[in-house]
Ligand binder design. Structure first.
Ligand SMILES: [Mg+2]
Length: 173
């Protein structure tokens, strides 16, 4: 954890927010249907946060270690253009994202919940863990939400970034 001032400073630089899906944007439950299709539930307040961030010009991306139609549907629903699924090496993917989208690490934030997120959490400018993330993730995260994954944690993180940016703008007027 870093000081509140440093945290706000880091947040004010963010232009792109990436989210892990299972356990971060969902509560981690996966329901399998009879034909092998999977069902996940997403939080409506997280969705509104993503929408508000996009309106502010902050880009949003989703990264999932699994592949699921439900994730594609949710991304379409929220007009999220950047979606990477079936990713085994999230840290490696970040390097490609930075290059392709012409971003610096300090302009990227990531929120995750489990050890497969550690590689990317260590590299971004602002790292976040959901309240019920595993200990290893919480140990290195700059920001830990009060809410659990799939229960508004993403909204909390986005609101923090948006308020840090607003604060900086008003200070600079
Ligand atoms: Mg996860």
């Amino acid at each position: 954890m870093v000081s509140k001032d440093l945290l706000r400073e880091k947040a004010s630089r963010i232009r792109f927010v990436l989210f892990d899906v299972d356990g971060t944007l969902t509560d981690g439950q996966i329901i399998f249907g009879p034909d092998g299709e999977d069902y996940k539930s997403f939080n409506i307040k997280d969705g509104m946060g993503i929408h508000l961030a996009q309106k502010d010009g902050i880009r949003i991306g989703l990264i999932s270690g699994r592949r699921s139609l439900a994730v594609e549907k949710r991304a379409n629903d929220l007009e999220i253009l950047h979606v990477w699924q079936d990713i085994k090496d999230k840290g490696g993917l970040l390097k490609c994202i930075l290059k392709d989208l012409d971003l610096k690490p300090e302009e990227v934030a990531f929120m995750g919940d489990d050890i497969n997120d550690l590689g990317i959490l260590r590299e971004v400018g602002l790292s976040a863990a959901v309240a019920n993330a595993v200990r290893e993730v919480k140990d290195i995260a700059d920001f830990i939400s009060e809410l659990d994954g799939g229960r508004g944690a993403a909204r909390e993180f986005i609101d923090f970034i948006r308020s840090a940016k607003t604060r900086l703008k008003t200070q600079n007027v």
